[in-house]
Design a protein around this ligand. Structure first.
Ligand code: NDP
Length: 331
């Protein structure tokens, strides 16, 4: 019998030191809701944006939006899951916790052959990688693709999915260990962008050198401020730059006329929420991912696991570029 729920809250906007453990009463499901015992909660860059105040949240507030675990109670009218079912989620608030309350329609059943740590590591970054290569830009055979932060959580999955679709993938990473991981995920060429004298000038030259001077069909840029100009100059005529994050900082306002001068380029700035808004789309994308994990064609790397109470250390590691793949918190 659960007597209380352990949570990690951001007490005020700030650095990792604002995170604190709080115990709240055990959760009870309302109509259409389920309570889940959390096996692991995912740490994502967006949690750091919320904690620091880059994205709005109410303080004190529990962080986290992703995880996997076992359903312990269901509210009236819930027919899609039952107590004992294993589920994962990517868009429920307050997930840095030992228990979460989810709308039943956001709980995704986890197949029997996928363990709960893998299931917790996949939803947010996996679904992001999935929509980026299928919907934002439909990556196809023979295309050249640039992926920044290739050894990161999204980066490793995005690389594998783009390679599976027949693309030739060029990644950027900051260290030789990360380069090894990126190559193991299928990257054909890996650029240590921290070793370039001038990223904005030199990266496009390297990318063009690898693509017969044409540039890539699509650049996926989650690093943002430091890489945006280099990404733009690495895309071929009529290609697409997909900006989907700002790990180095947000990109400042941008003159659209530059897209004309650079070669009739398109820029997209997509968000996961708009690509899993219906249960049908959430389940269909999740099904693709879980099937790929089950048949061994998608490897999910859990790079680090921390006790829930050590969430601040997890944030420090993520923000100082020391992590690879997924970072999980275990209650
Ligand atoms: P990652 O595991 O990719 O970690 C971030 C990586 O960015 C670092 O490991 C580092 O890789 C690189 N980086 C480059 N410059 C910096 C810097 N100044 N500070 C910190 N990191 C830097 O994180 P996630 O996979 O969780 O997320 C990746 C990005 O994707 C984030 O920006 C996130 O906001 C975004 N995102 C967007 C979504 C959307 O739908 N729009 C959904 C999910 C994530 P290296 O050391 O190799 O440079």
């Amino acid at each position: 019998m659960t007597t209380g729920t352990t949570t990690v809250v951001a007490t005020a906007p700030g650095g990792p030191e604002v995170l604190a453990v709080r115990t709240v009463p055990a959760l009870r499901p309302g109509p259409g809701e389920v309570v889940v015992d959390v096996a692991a909660a995912g740490v994502n860059f967006i949690d750091t944006y919320r904690r620091s105040g880059v994205y709005p949240m109410t303080y004190p507030g529990v962080l986290g939006s992703e995880g996997a675990g076992t359903v312990t109670a269901v509210g009236d009218g819930v027919e899609t899951v039952r107590p004992g079912d294993r589920v994962a989620w990517c868009d429920a608030p307050d997930s840095y916790a030992s228990q979460v309350l989810l709308p039943a329609e956001r709980a995704v059943p986890v197949p029997d052959d996928v363990d709960l740590l893998t299931a917790a590591a996949l939803p947010l970054q996996g679904l992001t990688a999935h929509y980026l290569v299928t919907s934002t830009f439909a990556v196809g055979p023979g295309q050249d693709v640039l992926v920044h932060a290739g050894a990161g959580g999204v980066g490793l999955l995005l690389t594998q999915l783009a390679v599976r679709r027949g693309a030739r993938v060029i990644t950027t990473v900051s260290t030789s260990d990360k380069a090894d991981l990126s190559r193991a995920a299928g990257a054909h060429d890996v650029v240590l962008y921290t070793e370039l004298d001038d990223l904005t000038r030199d990266l496009p030259a390297v990318v063009r050198g690898l693509t017969d001077d044409r540039g890539v069909h699509v650049a996926y840029d989650s690093v943002g401020k430091d890489t945006f100009d280099a990404s733009l100059a690495s895309v071929r005529t009529r290609g697409t730059l997909v900006l989907f994050g700002g790990s180095s900082g947000q990109v400042p306002p941008f003159d659209l006329q530059r897209l004309n001068a650079a070669g009739s380029l398109a820029v997209a700035r997509p968000s996961l929420a708009h690509h899993v808004a219906t249960r049908e789309e959430l389940l269909s994308r999740s099904d693709d991912l879980f099937r790929a994990v089950s048949d061994g064609t998608l490897h999910v790397r859990v790079g680090a696991t921390y006790p829930l109470a050590d969430a601040a250390r997890a944030h420090e590691a993520l923000e100082s570029r020391r992590t690879t793949g997924k970072v999980l918190l275990v209650p």
